[in-house]
Design a protein around this ligand. Structure first.
Ligand code: XMP
Length: 318
């Protein structure tokens, strides 16, 4: 049987033993996994930890500001923001294949951490908030024939990397990570945030990514999430987001024909994120979301609701 206090005590001593007097870089995303990972490492090694928040250019609207604000409560946690937008956009230019996108994003994250290394006492460790489902879904199933999807932070370091990896949450499920977070006195708003994948909007813009599509998706997603909060639905669903499709459809606005992008909205209920059902959101609410998005967000003239559960769908579309 799993005991939270024992888990924390054991991990803290394990981390101390492994790290000794060296320094650790942690990729902090603002999500629950990396936040709990930060809290655990901080408890173990204090200021030998430096957290790096990477602005990938694939974040949600206001994400960078909100995330950093959320961490203001941790007075003595070292957090550094790195703007790597151009690096990500450049590397993703022209790429359409979902797995290829995921691999590129994973690689650029490592490159950014390598670039930061020398500024932070040549940290020898790279810590990541990888959890158990990330590991299994990235590994191959049915005898090694297929990977479901390569999580951006799984699959090991590039060959030339000099980091050693620390993944203290690797055996945990999401609900267990949250329990550890509460036990470490983390704030409810941090612990109960919906998950946001490391590759961010990169796997929610199907097909090729460019800055103008990022902007469209950021605006639409902001409308959806704001309305969920306004109607007290945000806490009721496990994860909600928008997906920008590489498809255009015909519409009519006023007296004019439109020919614009289709947006899918997705909301799921789950505890472990290994299986999920689509949220039974009220039709009136969905209607308000669709109307508001189409009126406010230039570039979208049709909104559809994803009613696929997992399996057979995955939560993200790529
Ligand atoms: P899927 O799409 O596999 O998603 O059903 C399950 C959960 O994992 C999140 N997800 C990721 N998180 N890096 C992450 O940190 C990734 O590469 C990644 N891919 C999916 C997804 O948002 C959902 O919560």
């Amino acid at each position: 049987d799993w005991n939270i206090e024992d888990f924390i005590t054991n991990k803290v001593s394990e981390i101390k033993d492994v790290v000794k007097d060296q320094h650790v870089i942690l990729g902090l995303s603002g999500g629950v996994d990396s936040t709990v990972c930060a809290a655990l490492l901080h408890k173990a090694i204090g200021n030998q930890l430096v957290c790096i928040f990477v602005d990938t250019g694939l974040l949600r609207k206001h994400e960078a500001i909100e995330v950093l604000k959320n961490y203001e409560v941790f007075k003595d946690l070292n957090i550094i923001k790195v703007d790597a937008k151009e690096q990500f956009y450049q590397a993703l230019k022209g790429v359409k294949d979902p797995e290829e996108k995921r691999k590129i994003i994973g690689r650029v994250f490592f490159e950014v951490f390598e670039q930061e290394k020398e500024k932070h006492n040549y940290a020898s460790f790279l810590a990541q908030g990888t959890i158990y489902p990330d590991v299994i879904e990235s590994l191959s199933t049915n005898g090694g024939k297929t990977t479901i999807k390569s999580h951006h932070n799984v699959g090991g370091l590039p060959k030339q990397s000099t980091f050693k990896i620390l993944e203290p949450l690797r055996e945990l499920f999401k609900d267990e990570v949250r329990k550890v977070g509460f036990e470490l006195n983390l704030d409810e708003t941090l612990v109960n945030r919906h998950p946001f994948p490391g590759p961010g909007l990169g796997v929610r813009i199907l097909g090729e990514i460019d800055e103008s599509r990022v902007k469209i998706l950021q605006e639409a997603d902001d409308v959806f999430i704001t309305l969920l909060r306004k109607h007290q639905l945000y806490e009721k669903v496990s994860q909600a987001f928008c997906v920008l499709l590489p498809v255009k459809s015909v519409g009519v606005m006023g007296d004019n024909r439109t020919y614009e992008n289709v947006l899918a909205i997705r909301s799921v209920d789950t505890t472990d994120f290994m299986t999920a059902t689509f949220s039974r959101l009220p039709f009136e609410f969905l209607e308000e979301v669709a109307t508001t998005i189409i009126n406010k967000v230039e570039g979208i003239n049709r909104v559809v609701y994803d009613i696929t559960s997992k399996p057979p769908g995955t939560i993200e579309w790529e």
